[in-house]
Ligand binder design. Structure first.
Ligand SMILES: [Ca+2]
Ligand SMILES: [Ca+2]
Ligand SMILES: [Ca+2]
Length: 473
C-alpha cells in the first residue's frame, strides 16, 4: 500500500516548501501542476517543448518489478563492479554497502561508514558507490556521502578493496578526493559515474532550501548546482586533476587582451570552477551513461511542479546550461510568472506533480533478456511509484510513456554487469525515524511484464497498455 502521508510530505518537503509555507500562500497563488507558463524564447522562436507522458515507445514494452531481496536499510542505489564477479552492491543510506549474490544479501557489509555518515535528514546519507573502470586490477572505488565531522558536507572518498577478501573494503585505505560545503541539508545531488571517457562525473545539488536562495545554479563560481567532471587517475598526493577539455578551464594558450575581440576575452571566466562540466541544475540525484552509445541521461528534481530529464548526446562538449533557477522543465520559475526568458537547454522530457514529486533516474536497459526494452531509459518517482520509459520513436522524436504505477517508494536504480536493470525502494519519510528504524527497503529487478512467474512477488500495479490514440511527442 502507498503511504499517503509520506506522499503528501514528500511532495512538499522534497521540493523544499514546508506545509506551513504552502498554507501561508495568498488565495489564488497556489497554482496546480500543469498550469505553469511556458518559457518564451527571444526573437519569436517557437516555445520550448519537451515530451510528456502519453507517448508511445517503439516495440510496445510492458514492465513489472519483481523482488530480488528484502531487509535493506533505506537502499538508494544499486551498482555493479564490472569485474566479472556478478555481485550487486546496494547502497544503504545510513552508510553501508551490502553485497547481493544470487538474490541473497551477504551478512557482512562490503563497506561500513555509518559512524562517518550523517543520515538524520532524508536527503542526507551515503549517496552512491562507483567502481573504477579498472577496478579488477587496481581495486579502487569511490563513495559520496554526507560527512559526520563536517556537519553533513559532501565528501567524495576513494577506498580500496581488501587485499585478502574481495567482499570487504579496506577501511584504512581512504583517500579524500573532494569536499563540497553544504549550506542546507537538502539538495545534495549524489550520483557518481565514470563516463566513457574514463573521467568521474559528480552530481552536485544547488545547496538546498528552496528556490536556490544562493543562486548557485547559474553561478560558475560554485560547485553547487552543477555536473562536475574530474580525472581521478592522479598520484596519491594529488586528489584529482582537471581534464584539459573541461569547458570552463583557463585556456592553455597565452591570453591576449588587445588582439582578440572583447567578446572573446569576456568568455574567459577566471572565476569559474574548472571542475564544472554543466550547470543550471537543482538536484541531479541520479544520472546514467548509456553503455552502448555513451549518451548521458540527466534528470533534475524539480520544485513542487515539474520533473525533467535532460539528455546529453555522446561527444557533446560540456558547458550546457540546464536552466535552473530560471526554468523548471520548459516552464517558468517561479511558476506564477506570466512569462519568462528561455534560458539554456530544455529537457527532452518532463512530467508534472500530478504524476509524482521527485524523479529517480534508473538507467538505460542494455540487457540481453528482454529485447523489447533495449535502449529504453527508465525513470521512477519517489512519491507515486510510477515508472516511465523514454526513447526515440519511429520518427526520431522523444517518446515518454508511463509503463506501470507500482506501490513502492522508488529511490534509485542501476545495472548489473550484463545490463539487466534493478530498482531500489525504501519505506522512508521526511521527518521519519532514523534510517535503521524504518521498515526495511527492497531490491527489485525490472523485467518485461510477460516474464513474471507466478511465485514471484511484484511491486504491485498493472502494466499499462500503450495508448491506442494520441501522438507521441
Ligand atoms: Ca553511480
Ligand atoms: Ca545541501
Ligand atoms: Ca532544467
Amino acid at each position: 500500500m502507498k503511504h499517503i502521508l509520506s506522499i503528501i510530505m514528500a511532495a512538499t518537503l522534497l521540493s523544499g516548501t514546508s506545509l506551513a509555507q504552502q498554507a501561508a500562500r495568498p488565495e489564488g497563488q497556489g497554482q496546480q501542476p500543469g498550469q505553469a507558463q511556458p518559457a518564451q524564447p527571444a526573437g519569436g522562436a517557437p516555445p520550448m517543448q519537451a515530451a510528456q507522458p502519453g507517448g508511445r515507445l517503439p516495440g510496445n514494452p510492458q514492465v513489472q518489478l519483481v523482488k530480488v531481496a528484502d531487509g535493506l536499510i533505506d537502499p538508494v542505489n544499486v551498482v555493479s563492479a564490472r569485474d566479472g564477479s556478478g555481485r550487486l552492491f546496494t547502497v544503504e543510506r545510513h552508510g553501508r554497502v551490502m553485497i547481493v549474490k544470487n538474490g541473497q544479501i551477504q551478512k557482512e557489509p562490503f563497506l561500513d561508514i555509518v559512524d562517518k555518515t550523517v543520515s538524520s535528514f532524508l536527503e542526507q546519507g551515503l549517496y552512491d558507490i562507483e567502481f573504477h573502470p579498472d577496478f579488477r586490477n587496481n581495486g579502487f572505488f569511490y563513495v559520496h556521502f554526507a560527512e559526520m565531522m563536517r556537519n553533513g558536507d559532501s565528501m567524495i572518498v576513494r577506498y580500496k578493496v581488501s587485499a585478502d577478501n574481495p567482499d570487504k573494503a579496506d577501511p584504512n585505505s581512504a583517500k579524500v578526493i573532494m569536499q563540497i560545503d553544504q549550506p542546507y541539508a537538502n539538495h545534495n545531488g549524489g550520483e557518481l559515474a565514470f563516463g566513457p571517457d574514463g573521467l568521474l562525473y559528480i552530481g552536485s545539488g544547488d545547496g538546498g532550501w528552496e528556490g536556490d536562495p544562493l543562486e548557485a545554479g547559474q553561478n560558475l563560481g560554485t560547485l553547487l548546482g552543477k555536473l562536475l567532471r574530474i580525472d581521478v587517475n592522479t598520484p596519491d598526493n594529488q586528489p584529482y586533476a582537471i581534464p584539459r577539455d573541461n569547458p570552463f578551464t583557463q585556456p592553455t594558450q597565452l591570453v591576449q587582451l588587445f588582439d582578440i575581440p572583447e567578446s572573446a576575452f569576456a568568455k574567459i571566466h577566471t572565476y569559474a570552477k574548472p571542475e564544472i562540466w554543466a550547470y543550471g541544475l537543482r538536484n541531479p540525484w541520479k544520472f546514467s551513461f548509456d553503455r552502448q552509445t555513451g549518451d548521458l541521461y540527466l534528470p533534475d528534481v524539480g520544485q513542487n511542479h515539474w520533473e525533467e530529464i535532460n539528455v546529453q548526446p555522446a561527444g557533446t562538449g560540456g558547458g550546457q546550461n540546464y536552466g535552473w533557477k530560471f526554468l523548471m522543465g520548459t516552464h517558468c520559475f517561479p511558476i506564477d510568472q506570466p512569462n519568462c526568458p528561455a534560458v539554456g537547454i530544455p529537457p527532452v522530457a518532463e512530467y508534472n506533480h500530478q504524476d509524482g514529486c521527485a524523479v529517480m533516474g534508473l538507467g538505460i536497459y542494455r540487457g540481453r533478456e528482454f529485447r523489447e526494452l533495449n535502449g529504453v531509459y527508465f525513470v521512477g518517482d519517489y512519491c507515486s511509484g510510477k515508472v516511465w520509459g523514454l526513447a526515440r520513436d519511429g520518427r526520431n522524436q522523444w517518446a515518454f510513456q508511463e509503463l506501470i504505477d507500482t506501490d513502492v517508494q522508488i529511490t534509485g536504480g542501476g545495472e548489473d554487469e550484463n545490463g539487466e536493470m534493478y530498482v531500489t525502494s525504501c519505506n522512508c519519510n521526511y521527518g521519519g525515524p532514523a534510517a535503521a528504524e524504518n521498515p526495511p527497503g527492497s531490491l527489485w529487478r525490472l523485467v518485461a511484464a510477460g516474464a513474471v512467474r507466478q511465485n514471484q512477488e511484484t511491486a504491485g500495479g498493472t502494466p499499462i497498455p500503450q495508448p491506442t490514440s494520441g501522438q507521441s511527442q
